[in-house]
Design a protein around this ligand. Structure first.
Ligand code: T5A
Length: 217
């Protein structure tokens, strides 16, 4: 690859992003492709510290929506400059578990912060580093929370996972709106299907889109 490719995974809690990111990474590595896998918030030393802060449930007062937004963006700004851009420059295939669209869906659609305000600061954080392909794993939030509760029990120690089904309904609607607005970048997958089926669909779509991107590179 002359220039790298940037792929992101998005979706609500329990949609299966981390599972699919691992499966795809493993399969592409077996083919000998140079793959860098990252996650948000996190992926750098600074970002992992911010991740701990954001997920903590023991604050006397939880961060206000604006502070939460800026913490996510600080993590992302660091990740872009420290990891994503250098890897793309080196011709790697970068896969990131969540990115800018999470902010629009969670802080915009679900926390109701103004999209007009989020847009410019999100852009400030990432510059021109926009994904080539975004896989949106679309799932009924009740099913997503069921999967998470199966894993952690109902009293999750993650502040975001304690939000209501109504909150995650707004997240889902926010994502679907984004996908409608940018159909060339987004591929929406039905995440109710089995892990193997979703993986097969992602792999096929990626191969197809990689072919298109190679031709235009
Ligand atoms: N956030 C993040 C914001 O609010 N704004 C932002 O800008 C950003 C970047 C991150 C939190 O921060 C928020 C969003 C999040 O609330 P996180 O721990 O990274 O926190 O949360 P998630 O990314 O949502 O990770 P989860 O683990 O909760 O969900 P995944 O990754 O979608 O799901 P996964 O793969 O871990 O699977 C969950 C369970 O379901 C099973 C798996 O085996 C696992 O047990 N599973 C399936 N079961 C049946 N059928 C399938 N198809 C399945 N796929 C997976």
């Amino acid at each position: 690859m002359k220039r790298g490719i940037f792929v992101t995974f998005e979706g609500s809690e329990g949609a299966g992003k981390s599972t699919q990111v691992s499966l795809l990474t493993e399969r592409l590595r077996k083919l000998g492709l140079p793959v860098l896998t990252l996650r948000e918030p996190g992926g750098t030393e600074l970002g992992e510290e911010i991740r701990l802060l954001i997920r903590r449930v023991d604050f006397a007062i939880a961060p206000c929506a604006e502070a939460e937004l800026l913490l996510f963006l600080a993590s992302r700004a660091q990740l872009v400059r420290e990891k994503i851009l250098p890897a793309i420059h080196d011709g790697m295939l970068v896969i990131c578990d969540r990115y800018c669209d999470s902010t629009i869906a969670y802080q915009g659609a679900a926390r109701s912060l103004s999209l007009e305000k989020i847009g410019p600061i999100n852009a400030f954080a990432v510059g021109k580093c926009i994904p080539n392909i975004t896989f949106l794993l679309d799932l009924d939030p009740a099913e997503g929370l069921r999967r998470i509760h199966l894993r952690h029990g109902k009293e999750s120690d993650d502040r975001m996972e304690r939000e209501s089904v109504a909150f995650f309904e707004k997240v889902r609607a926010g994502y679907l709106n984004l996908a409608k607005r940018e159909p060339d970048r987004f591929a929406v997958l039905d995440a109710h299907k089995s892990i193997e089926t979703v993986h097969g669909e992602i792999y096929d779509l990626l191969c197809q889109r990689l072919g298109d991107l190679m031709e235009s590179n």
